[in-house]
Write a protein that binds this ligand. Sequence first.
Ligand code: FMN
Length: 255
Amino acid sequence: MTNEKIVYETAVTQTLNQHASVRKFMDKPVPDDMLDAILEAARRSPTSSNMQTYSIIVVRDPETRQKLAVSAGNQKHIEQCDVFVGFLADIHRLGIASQMHGQTLAKSLESTMVATVDAALVGMSTQTAAESFGLGAVMIGGMRNQPQAVADLLGFPPGVYMVFGMSIGWPADNAVSADLKPRLPQALVIHHERYDQTDPRPLIEEYDAQLAAYYDRQNRNQHSAAWTGPIAKRLNSPARPHLRQTLEGMGFRFD
Ligand SMILES: Cc1cc2nc3c(=O)[nH]c(=O)nc-3n(C[C@H](O)[C@H](O)[C@H](O)COP(=O)(O)O)c2cc1C
């Protein structure tokens, strides 16, 4: 008897399995109604206690996108894509809901996390929905380089920051390769019943080599230890050390 593996597949898993970030776009508009369908689908995402602690901002204006590109460290695809969408943690609206009942919103680390997670979930759903239409997209965490500048530019009230943005458009001809960026092996990231504390280094080293080979195929010069090398280099001091102070100034709490 053969032990044939059943292939479980849906349109959704197919879309997810083909994901690759796209940073080069055609000069072709994303129809408003298509974007609307994408964002409406994304808005079905689960949200903590139905609080819907996020907002979405759609930016098409080229001048504004040029400024956003600069604040994200000159990420040109923010200008070159057809539409830029920001995913905002938004506790401002919770404050208003509280006021409507004579209450004050008690801000905390938890409300900051809830809002950040809500924004991330709706952002991920947006990317998947966009890709399901054949669009390309890339998330832009660079929006947290200068959160106050982004807030000023886009007119955020206190209690709103952009968790990440997303450049969306029709992928340029050479933008999508069938050669997808490999992920860490399943055995390292999926645990069953209890966290497996077996020494992960052999599998990490294998992945380092696999990712280096991927970058070689893309003709991109990278470290031979392609995963651990950049991590060790980048994270030997805290990333965005100003972030907590800036977000506190923007109305978020971390205690
Ligand atoms: C929250 C988040 C922020 C990201 N920020 C950026 C960014 O600022 N610029 C960029 O080019 N890619 C950004 N990316 C894309 C990642 O670099 C990319 O997803 C990762 O390298 C895996 O590659 P793939 O998506 O093509 O498989 C971001 C991804 C996530 C999830």
